[in-house]
Design a protein around this ligand. Sequence first.
Ligand SMILES: Cc1cc2nc3c(=O)[nH]c(=O)nc-3n(C[C@H](O)[C@H](O)[C@H](O)COP(=O)(O)OP(=O)(O)OC[C@H]3O[C@@H](n4cnc5c(N)ncnc54)[C@H](O)[C@@H]3O)c2cc1C
Length: 430
Amino acid sequence: MSFDIQDKDVIIVGSGPGGATVAKELSQHNKKVLILEWGDNDPLDGSFRQGFRAFLFPGRSMLFTRQMLGLVRGITTGGSTVHFYATSFPVPFDMLKSHGIDIREEVEELKKELPVAPLKEEMVGPMAKRVMESAQELGYAWNKLDKFMYQDRWKPDYKFSHYGDPHQVKWSARMYVEEAIQNGTKLISGAKVRKVLFDGNQAIGVEFKKENTKHKAFAPTVVISAGGIGTPVILRASGLKRAGYDFFFDPLIGVRGTVKDIDVPTSEIPMTAGAHIQDEGYMMTDMAHPFATSAAFAAGVFRFDNIFSRKHTIQIMVKAKDELGGRLTDKGGVRKILDKNEKQKLQRGYERAKKILKNTGAKSIFKTQYLAAHPGGTVKVGDLVDSNLKTKYDNLYVCDCSVIPEAWGLPPTTTIIGLGKRLAKHLLNR
Ligand SMILES: Cc1cc2nc3c(=O)[nH]c(=O)nc-3n(C[C@H](O)[C@H](O)[C@H](O)COP(=O)(O)OP(=O)(O)OC[C@H]3O[C@@H](n4cnc5c(N)ncnc54)[C@H](O)[C@@H]3O)c2cc1C
């Protein structure tokens, strides 16, 4: 098999919001970019079959800790944003600034470029409304959240895109990849990068496997954007042995109850509104699920009575800020224990969520297994990369959730896009 991979200016590994943003920005300035993406680039059909392979496949996209906490990531073009809930959270500007990074300008840019806004009223589903009314009645500052959604494309009968959005209502980093391709970027999907190639201290390319055959690609600049787990695995295989230690993953639980007089449609958009209980270290939002994951969560804690009641299930997600800790194995196995303090945070969130649900009229309230969906901090700024996101090797950069230097417990996509824009400017000005 041969590929058109000659004469590239930059190789980008991974096409989540980190990699896709850098690719789009560089390609707009006529840089010749090659993206190597492990997952496929099949058109999104929104099916469970396609979604399962990309973000629920055990050992590939769904990784388990020894406490059976399930950590989810997307292995497909666009990365985890193909399956994310499209909520844009505030950026930790002060934290980044204390590490020499200012992305205010870049975040302003992205807000002009992407459709970031709270949902219009007709897009707010009955579960989100009911939870919001109940929480506000109990005195919580429970407000609508900003969403990355092209709201004018939305129709009431569209299912929410848990498994990928064929209607393109939800923004995902795949849209940036598509823009980059239109600008001349080459994408090779199904290409799993193993390591970076060096000449002395200088990165000169990468080695990757596609369809069981090894290949090499060369370019004067290499950006690794394989996500909080994928990036440290590649860097370790390339000699950066300290990658993949002391990370965060924002553990979460679902708190669920049954309400007979509600009929949650498959179009219900999750994370429409919520509250950040900062002093207790967690956030809460409404959380709708499609049948398969709803049933799996109920079965996971032996609540067989809840398996077939998706339509009448009302759920609040509680997501906590965890401490940095744990390690990844060389193959990307996740070794991290939720400690007493983190479990207590989630327990406090559970108690509050239970009160909000009871106030909606919900019965049979229970909590799900632990999950996590934002692995990061595995290649921190100030430790393994400098404030320009450069490693100790010349021409080797990292741009994704792994560079975030501290845990802050909120979904990171807006921040990652900002970092991608900033890195692209740095590479163009070098
Ligand atoms: C269900 C779910 C809901 C979420 N909801 C939200 C939300 O509402 N708001 C929010 O801000 N965040 C949300 N997130 C988190 C957000 O999606 C991620 O934090 C973000 O996508 C991380 O971006 P990234 O660029 O670091 O990595 P990723 O998006 O994980 O992208 C990494 C890419 O690298 C590829 N890759 C990995 N290894 C290799 C390799 N060896 N070779 C080549 N390619 C490789 C992967 O296939 C993937 O495409 C959610 C996540 C999940 C799973």
